[in-house]
Design a protein around this ligand. Structure first.
Ligand SMILES: [Zn+2]
Length: 88
C-alpha cells in the first residue's frame, strides 16, 4: 500500500516535469495577444506562424472586443469607420 502511494507520487512528479518542459518550449514560439484598449494580456496565444484575419479579440480585463489581424507575430487593430459603439 505504501509502495503504491509512493509510485503515484513519483508518477505525478514526473508528469508535472514533462508538462513544464512542454510549456517552456511553447513559450519560446508563442506570444500572448495583448488588448489594444488597455494593454493587458488576453487569454489568446498566437504562434510565429499564426495568421488571424478579422479576429475578435476579447479582453477579460476591460471586457472589450477588438477586431484584429495577426501575421508573423505582428498585430494590426482593425478600426471600422462605420462601427457604432455598443451600448452595454
Ligand atoms: Zn482590455
Amino acid at each position: 500500500m505504501v509502495n503504491i502511494g509512493l509510485n503515484r507520487v513519483g508518477l505525478a512528479a514526473s508528469d508535472r516535469g514533462n508538462n513544464f518542459i512542454c510549456l517552456k518550449v511553447l513559450m519560446d514560439t508563442t506570444e500572448w495577444l495583448r488588448c489594444p484598449v488597455c494593454g493587458n494580456k488576453t487569454r489568446v496565444q498566437i504562434r510565429e506562424d499564426t495568421e488571424l484575419k478579422n479576429f475578435l479579440l476579447y479582453c477579460p480585463k476591460c471586457k472589450q472586443a477588438s477586431l484584429i489581424e495577426a501575421k508573423n507575430l505582428h498585430i494590426t487593430v482593425i478600426t471600422e469607420p462605420d462601427a457604432k459603439p455598443m451600448n452595454l
